[in-house]
Design a protein around this ligand. Sequence first.
Ligand SMILES: *Cc1c(COP(=O)(O)O)cnc(C)c1O
Length: 242
Amino acid sequence: MADANAIAANLAQVRERIVRAAARATSGAARGPEEIKLIAVSKTFPPAAIRAAYELGVRDFGENRVQEWEAKSAELTGLDATWHLIGHLQSNKAKKAAQLFHRVDSVDSLALAQRLDSAAGELGKQLGVLIEVKLGGEETKSGVAPGELPALADGISRLARLDVKGLMTVPPFSESPEDVRRYFRELRGLRDDLSGRVGFALPVLSMGMSHDFEVAIEEGATEIRVGTGIFGARKKAEDARR
Ligand SMILES: *Cc1c(COP(=O)(O)O)cnc(C)c1O
């Protein structure tokens, strides 16, 4: 595992990359780096790594498994951070997820949204959500197909306890970030169409990971999800299960 010094050096590099990419953002997306939220993806890494990043000013963290975060969170009480669920969520874990996370960034069905809504109601809280969109049509990926996005957004917007903030995507993997530029552009277009249709702003575009976040920022990302770029490489065996 990366120690605190390595995390500090990595984080400084990531922040520098964000500043440079924001300066290159295409028109309409041009923004200051402070408007781009860095979500540190801490899956597979221990609480000590999360605490190190927190002490370096990180205030948003992403985890992809409810049980893993449940175990780690017990050691991290009192941190004033926003915890995002970024991995696929099964409906039977919706209640626990609503309890443990501030935001669920991977909502991809109305059934799941309804479960989250009733869980949030029982907990007396509002839950922010992103709709995960599947671009590129890969069978194995989660996310709603673009054609089904308007109906899903419409359905979710009627749920009193959920606040839809925007869209998230994990595009098909490519070694070259330039190959996925079109997917980032597509997500932004979908968001623009959708917010016109539903009649409220959908400010969040969560797109871009360690190897391609510059391109995502150039195409209008407002949140990027960075794991290995901050914490170092994950163990292969653990990553394969995800
Ligand atoms: C693991 C993960 C990331 C971070 O990936 P890195 O390549 O380590 O930056 C981002 N988003 C999701 C949904 C993930 O599961």
